[in-house]
Design a protein around this ligand. Structure first.
Ligand SMILES: [Zn+2]
Length: 435
């Protein structure tokens, strides 16, 4: 009898301990970006890193920690499908000339900048980013590993490592730079022949890339359809997709024919390209720079909005993407605020709020290949959850003021204030094998 009594007590204790680890989020309004609809008075249960239940009738277990967001709109985290966290070119001292940034800022400094940028993006609700190169000598991989091992908070990163391009990469280096390979390299990994393409893809995979980024047409000797198919085949061995920087209509046609995963930058695309991309299911990360006091021109911004509208009209799989990699002296905006400000282009393009939200979430998760593990607020997926005061389905600018952020089940921001204590550790608490 005594034994049995003891068992009951132990069982009772462990049940209490278990429910103490449950967090219940009361959502006044919960948006499902897949359907573009919102449901009132929903409860989300989170255990450890994962969502375990969602619904209107979900009972809150005794002992659960309750987070009251009953006067907020709750939704899944946002995605920037094209950014550069370890690059910030500036007006001073480099006159926005990013060749000089590579010379002035070391990779370790840029990795620290990236960690700060990641925290600023998370504070603005971005829980997933594709970080597509120009990150020094694999600062992006180090940053991703630091987040995954549990050293610092930051978005889930799908990083590309070095951008692979033909001779010269995206630059026009001088002979001294190009031959010695010690100035503005290793921003790019050169691959001019099939053998070099295979090697470059393998090198990036070895050094922690989660997507392969290539320069499709940065030079007159850009990649052919066959060469891009070789990239795609080789990357597939590691389960990676290929993202292509495109800056000419011819390059776009070749990339589409090759069946590339995503096209980066939309400026060279015609309506015919948009139709073909929609047919083939190719993602667009068009990096839609708005006209702001700190960057861009009105004329360029209008073109960006027009091409984005054409892509939307033709049913292209649109992601929210920024290419955000600059700062102007005196600008008080955070990297997160600079990123969310790209909504200006989406509004100028006249894209409905529900479709903007979808681009910023569902399509972004798919493009980043994370949708089976995180993104939608569904049982079994990682608890990446944000909340805002207004309703972004009515007013997309509500996203500019993210008040609450949960990442992997931990509260990162509450009542508009970052509370990242739980994310800092003196060791790799999630395991050093995360690489
Ligand atoms: Zn870029």
């Amino acid at each position: 009898m005594l034994k049995r009594w003891a068992l009951v007590v132990v069982a009772g204790l462990s049940a209490a301990a278990a429910s103490a680890e449950v967090t219940a989020i009361r959502a006044g309004r919960l948006i499902d970006p897949e359907t573009g609809r919102a449901l009132a008075n929903q409860t989300i249960l989170v255990e450890g890193e994962k969502i375990t239940a969602v619904g209107g009738e979900v009972a809150v277990p005794p002992g659960a920690t309750v987070i009251d967001l009953s006067s907020s709109t709750v939704m899944p985290g946002l995605v920037d499908a094209h950014t550069h966290l370890a690059l910030t070119y500036k007006d001073v001292p480099e006159s926005n000339y990013y060749y000089l940034t590579y010379v002035m800022d070391s990779t370790p400094l840029r990795a620290i900048q990236a960690a700060s940028n990641g925290i600023q993006l998370l504070s603005s609700g971005f829980t997933v980013v594709r970080d597509l190169g120009n990150n020094g000598n694999y600062a992006d991989t180090a940053h991703r590993i630091a987040i995954e091992q549990g050293w610092i908070p930051g978005p889930t990163m799908i990083n590309s490592g070095l951008i692979i391009g033909g001779k010269g990469g995206q630059f026009w280096p001088t002979p001294e730079m190009a031959r010695e390979h010690n100035l503005v390299y290793p921003e790019y990994l050169e691959a001019d022949t099939p053998d070099e393409i295979v090697k470059a893809v393998r090198e990036n995979m070895l050094f922690g890339a989660k997507v392969i980024k290539i320069c499709v047409d940065c030079k007159p000797w850009g990649y052919s359809v066959d060469e891009m198919r070789l990239f795609i085949r080789e990357a597939a061995k590691g389960g990676l997709k290929v993202a292509g920087h495109v800056q000419t209509p011819e390059g776009a046609s070749r990339a589409i024919e090759a069946g590339i995963w995503s096209i980066e930058h939309g400026r060279a695309l015609t309506e015919e390209h948009h139709r073909l991309m929609a047919q083939k299911g190719i993602f667009l990360a068009s990096t839609d720079t708005p006209f702001t006091p700190y960057h861009g021109t009105k004329e360029d911004a209008e073109k960006n909005a027009a091409q984005l509208r054409s892509a939307w009209k033709n049913g292209v799989k649109l992601t929210f993407s920024t290419d955000m990699d600059y700062w102007q002296t005196g600008n008080p905006m955070t990297r997160g605020e600079l990123t969310i400000n790209f909504l200006l282009t989406w509004k100028a393009a006249g894209i409905p709020n529900a479709d903007i939200l979808k681009a910023m979430t569902i399509t972004g998760y798919q493009c980043a290949q994370v949708e089976k593990e995180r993104g939608p607020i569904k049982p079994g997926l990682a608890a990446d959850i944000i909340a805002v005061r207004g309703n972004p389905l009515d007013d997309i600018d509500a996203l500019r003021d993210v008040r609450f952020v949960m990442k992997d089940g931990l509260v990162f921001k509450r009542d508009g204030v970052m509370t990242p204590e739980q994310f800092f550790h003196a060791g790799p608490v999630k395991g050093w094998r995360r690489r």
